[in-house]
Write a protein that binds this ligand. Structure first.
Ligand code: ATP
Length: 334
């Protein structure tokens, strides 16, 4: 497979939820792609649709109340939205895997770690139990769990939080998927362990050539690990750029707000009186969103046009896209 090959191509994805207060668009016309060996970060504040985007790619949106109502999710040339449930189960954990914030939600508490990885391997590979167990131990070693033979015989509660997350990573990568989705994989861990787990994910991803979607609130993590970023707001992709371009020249006012509220930017900034900047207002309710830019009520630059009409994602050069009528004016180094 050539290095530049696209492993995932998501086009115009739309996922809705039917709730008591009406239908809302949790993911609204979102497109992006991930290449082999590349890390794409998805950032944005709580509730903007990052996790639902990931769950849509995995076809794990709970239906009801949710449903994917439009678009395509093409993994290695196959549109996952066309597959029946059995075909999708054969791909999940095999060509595409996901790790979550809290490993205990995915690990079975009454099953030994080694057995869980063994089962995951045997679900997709025609191997004996013994071979699959050896693979499980090999994977535990790969994720740097000490004494992997012994740890494989232990139950999740016998492992520390960091080790459980390593075990999850081992399970997710056991079948060498083309794409790994990591949804806030380190948020539940101590700060020192967070850095180790992130470094491990990135190292293994490079070693195995896996495409990675990293969902995070933390722009510092993005700067360290990703090559490209998409910024979501109220279910929409409002900006997409390489990490360098996004940090040097954020074009959407929401992205600029995110940057300004990032402690590292302040620590490295030149102004002595720099303060943590709050993005004013609340994320809008995703029901009855106005036709225009949802960020308009929070954007100091809002013009009447933004409230009436959604600005299209425009290419500002070098594949830097931003959905803002005034992106050309707003772009300036922070
Ligand atoms: N099962 C569900 N039923 C109804 N609404 C849901 C469900 N799951 C998610 N949502 C809603 O979809 C929207 C997007 O949620 P999502 O979890 O993708 O946000 P997020 O950006 O990942 O936030 P966070 O960073 O807090 O995880 C939110 O308004 C959320 O309340």
């Amino acid at each position: 497979m050539p290095a530049e090959e696209t492993v995932l191509d998501v086009k115009n994805l739309q996922t809705v939820f039917f709730t008591n207060s009406g239908l809302f668009k949790a993911v609204d016309d979102v497109s992006f792609s991930v290449r082999r060996g590349e890390t794409l970060a998805i950032v944005g504040e709580s509730g903007c649709g990052k996790s639902v985007t990931a769950l849509s790619v995995m076809r794990l949106v709970p239906d009801p109340p949710g449903r994917i109502v439009g678009g395509s999710v093409t993994l290695e040339g196959t549109d996952l939205l066309d597959l029946d449930d059995a075909a999708m189960r054969a791909i999940r954990g095999n060509r595409i895997s996901m790790i979550f914030q809290e490993p205990m939600t995915s690990l079975n508490p009454v099953m030994r770690i080694g057995d869980q990885i063994t089962e995951a391997v045997r679900l997709h590979r025609n191997t004996t139990r013994k071979e699959a167990w050896a693979k499980a131990v090999e994977m535990l070693r790969l994720v740097r769990i000490p004494e992997p033979e012994r740890r494989a015989t232990e139950y999740p509660h016998q492992l520390s939080g960091g080790m459980r997350q390593r075990a999850m990573i081992a399970m997710a990568l056991a079948c060498r998927p083309a794409l790994l989705i990591a949804d806030e994989p380190t948020t539940a861990l101590d700060v020192t362990i967070q850095a180790q787990i992130l470094a491990l994910i990135v190292e293994l991803q490079k070693e195995l050539g896996t495409g990675l979607i990293l969902i995070t609130h933390d722009l510092g993590v993005v700067a360290q690990t990703a090559q490209r970023v998409i910024v979501m707001y109220a279910g929409k992709k409002v900006e997409e750029a390489t990490v360098e371009a996004l940090f040097e020249n954020p074009r959407h006012p929401y992205t600029r707000g995110l940057m300004a509220s990032m402690p590292a930017v302040i620590a490295l900034g030149s102004k002595n009186d720099a303060r943590l900047v709050e993005i004013p207002g609340m994320v809008p309710s995703l029901t009855n969103l106005p036709a225009g830019c949802a960020f308009a009520p929070r954007c100091g630059l809002a013009v009447d046009r933004c409230r009436a009409e959604y600005p299209p994602l425009q290419d500002w050069g070098d594949h830097h896209f931003a959905a803002c009528w005034r992106a050309a004016e707003t772009a300036a180094p922070l």
